[in-house]
Design a protein around this ligand. Structure first.
Ligand SMILES: [Zn+2]
Ligand SMILES: [Zn+2]
Length: 263
């Protein structure tokens, strides 16, 4: 059994907790150690039992607390070479033994959790999504992506749980207050996934028997939890798939932990 919880999600900071009961890891640490400790306590987890931190990419909403949590609990930070080079200056002093470099697309173990980092299209040095395999389950985390393609769909298929980005509503983004270059960046191929794209991905994977989804990394300015959920639910229902009956669907919250999922 895998326990999964998005502790914080969005441009103000991202942290995901995953455990198979033996090994406990965080994916991204974009929030202060104090708030992570509080969030872990509130889902009945002991922060001192954390085994490792995995980083997707060097943007500040994914690494702001990584150095501090590594020092506080003496745990390793795992990232690929490109991400290490881009983020290292911002982490402060990290012990050599807590600085682990992996290769994208090469599988490795953190204790009994098998990890596969796969490349995603985003405007960072070497951004990745993660497949985690443990307890006969496959968990996929893929946020901060400008577009979807067949290879990425392949990485998400057969997941027991997928956390996927549903960043913005295209109309809100285009009609909103952001300057044009920022609008272009967010909606571009190395930016962020829209609600419409997320809805299409979820619907297509639900037809292929993926049965649990969390939509995350919602924009504060150009989205709302209700709108993201409605966009995906509408497309699912057009395909006669009903959340709650046929699949599990939840929205990751910005400032507090979301529902704990066990798969
Ligand atoms: Zn981000
Ligand atoms: Zn990013």
């Amino acid at each position: 059994m895998i326990k999964f919880c998005s502790l914080f999600s969005g441009s103000s900071g991202n942290v995901i907790f995953v455990s198979d009961g033996e090994t406990r890891i965080l994916i991204d640490v974009g929030i202060s150690t104090k708030r992570i400790i509080e969030a872990l306590h509130s889902i009945n987890e002991d922060p001192s039992l954390l085994n490792a931190v995995l980083i997707t990419h060097e943007h500040i909403d994914h690494i702001a607390g990584a150095g501090s949590i590594s020092r506080r609990f003496n745990i390793p930070i795992y990232a690929n070479e490109g991400t290490w080079n881009a983020m290292e200056y911002g982490l402060g002093n990290i012990k050599d033994k807590n600085r682990v470099v992996f290769s994208t697309n090469e599988q490795f173990y953190i204790d009994d959790i098998l990890v596969h980092a796969f490349p995603i299209p985003h405007d960072a040095a070497e951004p990745v999504g993660y497949n985690l395999y443990a307890a006969n389950r496959k968990i996929t985390v893929a946020t901060d992506m400008g577009k979807m393609d067949a290879t990425l769909m392949g990485r998400m298929e057969k997941s027991d749980l997928l956390m996927l980005e549903s960043n913005h509503d295209v109309e809100m983004l285009m009609n909103g207050a952001y300057p044009w270059p920022l609008k272009k960046r967010i909606s571009g191929g190395n930016g962020h996934l829209s609600n419409d794209t997320a809805a299409r991905v979820v619907t297509s994977l639900a037809k292929k028997n993926v049965s649990a989804f969390i939509l995350g990394h919602l924009s504060r300015e150009n989205n709302s939890p209700g709108l993201a959920e409605r966009t995906t639910c509408d497309m699912l229902e057009e395909n006669d798939i009903r959340p709650g009956r046929d699949i599990y669907l939840d929205i990751a919250l910005r400032e507090r932990h979301s529902r704990v999922v066990t798969v």
